[in-house]
Design a protein around this ligand. Sequence first.
Ligand SMILES: NC(=O)c1ccc[n+]([C@@H]2O[C@H](COP(=O)([O-])OP(=O)(O)OC[C@H]3O[C@@H](n4cnc5c(N)ncnc54)[C@H](OP(=O)(O)O)[C@@H]3O)[C@@H](O)[C@H]2O)c1
Length: 315
Amino acid sequence: MKYTAWLEQHIADLTNKTILITGANSGLGFYAAKQLAYRGGHILMACRNENASKKAQLAILKDVPHAKLTILPYDQSSFQSLNRFVQLIKASYPKIDILLLNAGIIMPNPKLKTPEGFPLTTGVNFFNVYYLLRELLGFLDQKNPEIRLVLVGSYSSYRARLKSIEGLLNSRLPRMTQYANSKLAIAMLHHVLQMNLNLFDFPVLEHVSAILVHPGIAATNIVRSLPKWLQWMINGLISMTSHSAESGALSLTYACGNAYVVNGSFIGPSGPGESFGFPKKLKLKPHFSQGSAKLTYAVGKYLEKIGGPVDVRSR
Ligand SMILES: NC(=O)c1ccc[n+]([C@@H]2O[C@H](COP(=O)([O-])OP(=O)(O)OC[C@H]3O[C@@H](n4cnc5c(N)ncnc54)[C@H](OP(=O)(O)O)[C@@H]3O)[C@@H](O)[C@H]2O)c1
């Protein structure tokens, strides 16, 4: 296993900490799970593919025999599957210290939609993350003295602009624009949560620190929807010019486990162009905050419209 000296120096002892990681079977989530397990955390690996998650579990145990790993079924593609996951957490895993919301996709077939009618990219990467937090965060906030919530953004959001919710609902936008918009919406949600702006459809949160992270550009399986030859070319190019999934995961691991990362922090790679390197604190971009309250309010209202009114007191 790589980076053990760095991990011992920069990541706190996580013994007795429970860490939920979505998409922990592949890429950045997999290596973050391994690195955080190395520091003693009990990792709840929330994954949609049972075989892939068991393989990932065995691979982590091979390198980190003391790893504490529990696989949980998790599908971020519909409200219905998220409801099942929320019920499981409420019934069996109420103590969670750190949430790493890492699962995400890029450039799927543009015709695909989630059951709720969202374009697949913005549905999986943003609306369903919002929905999961709406359903779960209030509960966790009541059950845990301190929660670190780590949201995974992307460098692509630097160039994106979101004037309204339409930029998240329009499936005719170029696929890369949909991805960048989904990640900008995550950065804007981070702003609202870290400012404790009290989203109208969330209960008041008292114990949540919200952290945003971007991993730079890392060679992972995220390009899986592209033809094989293109995946091979893209990952070859990334490996030569940027960094590996294992190195990219260090930013996620640092955001989850460094003792000096506080509410509102933005973490990413320190190398040229923020594309690779060891993690450091980055400056938040002005457009992550501009219009963020308006956007998240519109999202809350939209979800209320399609999913019925929300009783905040019940969560
Ligand atoms: N790689 C980069 O350069 C880069 C740059 C910026 C941001 N990011 C972000 O980093 C995060 C991790 O991506 P990665 O690069 O590590 O890609 P990856 O190797 O493809 O891993 C993505 C993970 O998300 C899971 N996932 C996707 N859709 C899901 C769903 N509907 N329900 C449950 N799990 C789902 C995948 O599960 P399956 O294996 O079952 O598909 C996989 O475990 C993403 O949010 C991505 O946007 C990556």
